[in-house]
Design a protein around this ligand. Sequence first.
Ligand code: GLN
Length: 481
Amino acid sequence: MSAPNIANCSLRELRTLLDENKISAPELAQLFRARAKQYSHLNAFLRINENDDYHPAAGNFLDSLPIAHKDIFCAQGEKTTCGSKMLAEFVAPYDSTVVENFRNAGMNTIGRTNMDEFAMGSSGEHSAFSASRNPWDENYVPGGSSSGSAAAVAARLTPVATATDTGGSIRQPAAFCGVTGIKPTYGRVSRWGMVAFASSFDQGGVIAKSAEDCALALSAMAGFDERDSTSLPQPAEDFTRQFDQPLSNIVIGVPKEFFSDGLDNKVASRVQEAIRQFEKQGATIKEISLASVKHAIAAYYVLTCAEASSNLSRYDGVRYGFRPTENNDSDLTTMYEQTRTQGFGAEVKRRILIGTYMLSYGYYDAYYRRAMKVRTLIARDFEQAFTGCDVLLGPTTPSPAFALNAIADNDPVAMYLQDIYTVPVNLAGLPALSLPCGFSGALPVGLQLIGAPLAESLLLSVAHEYQKQNDYHLQMPAGVQ
Ligand code: GLN
């Protein structure tokens, strides 16, 4: 089998190749590492491992299969930069639970993927280590913040990559890159050792080619962790356990707010085609309304900036991370100032400033408390929707990928509006996934499926039924061989 064909294999196919000794574990990892180097101009990887990085876990389905980790997950003795100059030289003193779980499953880490600084961004352009590129068109962004993970899977540089989603950072880049990504229920994947952005939103998950591969990887990734105080008590499960059930019992809700004015025509058409496909497969389609989601972007940016301003106060040049070398004899305040001025990029500073303002005396009630009320209303809207629907469906993003540098630095709101269909889910803590549903010209379009709390297995099975009927998830970008 040729290298591109192997690179396009599903996890089950790779498992079979290994089990039948058609390829060895080191050869398989070497194949993906070589591809990661060959496509280094995509900037999907920040670092590619020179050697194998795994302990065999014989009998485990994922044993010896390659994986790449978003550079937000700590791995003991290794750099974890979070896409920031602030952590450019930071070496993690312990493993995140996510890294540990995949290590225990025997997966071979081939490298660390690029990302927007501190996971703040929707394009990958906020990485302190240069923007990743979209493998479908290198002049376009891959989305963000899990830019490198999505680009790497799309270019077949790894079969699966970890990612995180605070407001869409798994689903939006998955949509832009024509791959599948799942953000589980808040608390399903441990946040231990995952660099914090907005702790009541942050959630780890995976990006892979298909829903099936996402399910297989998530089964190793999820589960209760006593080191994360918001970890859910549910143990990991086999997320493929509901696969291959007909869709005839499934009611799919389509929120009308997800088809508002700002939605690109081609994206709307692809999503409508997907709706018809689900209908053909027996699902019942029902139009619903989520009245409060129109306030989601505003509430999301108030709350996440507030949490970020608190979380990022730890980067003060004292305990760890960047500290400027000049003016070493300056006073403490000057040292703090210089550390944060030089260590953080513009977007991170903007959010710290917004967040600090929101939490300041006199503004807390006007902004933070009101945003918390909106959060509750949105959660109730979803709760109500799930009394009559099993799954909700809509576009993942308002448009396909946009060109690099197309959204100007002085217009952050234009960038924030990219998240219009993804952030409601994070405000409510729900599981959701994005899967490819066709193209707009040469660029992929993403379909979003949203589930009730802990409904990952159902979501993945519905996505899997859809993927049995088309090959969008198997198509490779023209420039990728
Ligand atoms: N694009 C969103 C933001 O910039 C989401 C980021 C994320 O999910 N980490 O906040």
